[in-house]
Design a protein around this ligand. Structure first.
Ligand SMILES: NC(=O)c1ccc[n+]([C@@H]2O[C@H](COP(=O)([O-])OP(=O)(O)OC[C@H]3O[C@@H](n4cnc5c(N)ncnc54)[C@H](OP(=O)(O)O)[C@@H]3O)[C@@H](O)[C@H]2O)c1
Length: 331
């Protein structure tokens, strides 16, 4: 087997690890990545990867990217951003990628990273969530809504085509090369000297509410391994696969590892806060992430293990320790 793989968003937190994993596969002979900013693949030590600057909103650029590929991996997305800007890029750009892949003659497989957020934060979601649970999204959280909409677009655009479509639904991704979760914590945005003083004096540590919602984490290298399996598998059927490291974490463990002071709060308080935010007319998009904490979205990863042969190397706890160490919180 000799595979040419095209990747959108190769420079992101998942993208860098994904390209490294693909570079290591003998059957992958050439990789072409596309994102908007300048980037030097040689600086990563990559030898099979070409990089071109381009925007997934530019249909011509997308068509040129995918036309010579056997497999297309679509990672490009705006995760942290305003509701309006992210919708513009994510919905139109992702549709461009799906349509271009279906229209091109060569690609026979499409791998798309959706998210646990596509399920939505519904009180009647089963625990744990399996892949046959409907992807409903939550309209009050822009990212969840867009992830569900992209999966709906994927089903619509690929219906009736011969394309093999693999959809991965990772939980929150973290690790030394994926620090967005830690970076998003407000106290980690303070100047470093202020952070150091706060860490030295426990009473100054910022409070971190824990409504008892369990949390999954997955290491970027394990997500990359799942993507590499989806690119190359000859046995796992197309379809959706939940991706999460072993074990669950408490919000307290997360807050503590990232330099905060956990404060238990009743689950009802998190639900009430979420309901209030959902009813407000003008909410900063960053606040919409609070909805994610109101209910369990713990996923069952048995299908990825049994059918894709995926074995995560890092548990949720090990992933958190690696993230904390990378952010200087000592694990
Ligand atoms: N990180 C997580 O916790 C997580 C969890 C579950 C699922 N996912 C999904 O996994 C995928 C990758 O996530 P990530 O964490 O790697 O994201 P990321 O770190 O934010 O990287 C996004 C990538 O997309 C590129 N990009 C953004 N807008 C683009 C555009 N208009 N045209 C071309 N490229 C564009 C970025 O480069 P430029 O800005 O230079 O264009 C970058 O390479 C996303 O679909 C995300 O929803 C992520």
């Amino acid at each position: 087997m000799s595979l040419r793989v095209a990747v959108t968003g190769p420079t992101g937190e998942i993208g860098i690890s994904t390209i490294s994993a693909l570079e290591a596969l003998p059957e992958v002979t050439e990789i072409v990545g596309m994102a908007r900013r300048p980037f030097d693949p040689a600086a990563q030590g990559w030898t099979k990867t070409l990089y071109r600057q381009g925007d997934i909103l530019d249909r011509d650029a997308v068509e040129r990217l995918v036309e010579d590929a056997d497999v297309v991996v679509h990672l490009a997305f705006i995760i942290m951003g305003s509701r309006e800007e992210s919708a513009r890029v994510n919905l139109a750009g992702t549709r461009n990628v799906f349509e271009a892949v279906v229209a091109a003659a060569r690609p026979r497989r499409l791998v798309y990273t959706s998210s646990v957020a596509a399920y939505g934060y519904h009180a009647d979601n089963p625990v744990p969530i399996t892949e046959d649970v409907p992807v409903r999204g939550s309209a009050e959280h822009y990212y969840s809504e867009q992830k569900a909409a992209c999966e709906a677009a994927l089903r619509e655009v690929t219906a009736g085509s011969d394309l093999e479509v693999y959809v991965l639904r990772p939980c929150i991704v973290a690790g030394p090369k994926a620090t967005a979760l830690a970076d998003a914590m407000p106290w980690n945005q303070l100047p470093m000297p202020v952070q150091r003083v706060a860490q030295a004096l426990p009473l100054l540590k910022p409070p971190f509410p824990d409504p008892g919602t369990p949390l999954q984490l997955v290491h970027h290298d394990d997500v990359a391994a799942a993507i590499a399996l989806a690119v190359t598998t000859t046995t796992a059927p197309p379809g959706a696969y939940n991706i999460a490291g072993d074990g669950v974490l408490s919000m307290s463990a997360l807050g503590e590892a990232l330099g905060a002071r956990p404060v238990p709060v009743p689950r009802a308080a998190a639900v009430a806060a979420s309901e209030v935010i959902a009813r407000l007319p003008f909410v900063p998009s960053s606040l919409e992430w609070l909805h994610a904490g109101r209910t369990s979205v713990v996923m069952d990863t048995g299908k990825a293990r049994d059918q894709l042969g995926w074995r995560p190397k890092y548990s949720a706890a090990e992933t958190l320790s690696a993230l904390a160490a990378a952010r200087g919180h000592g694990g």
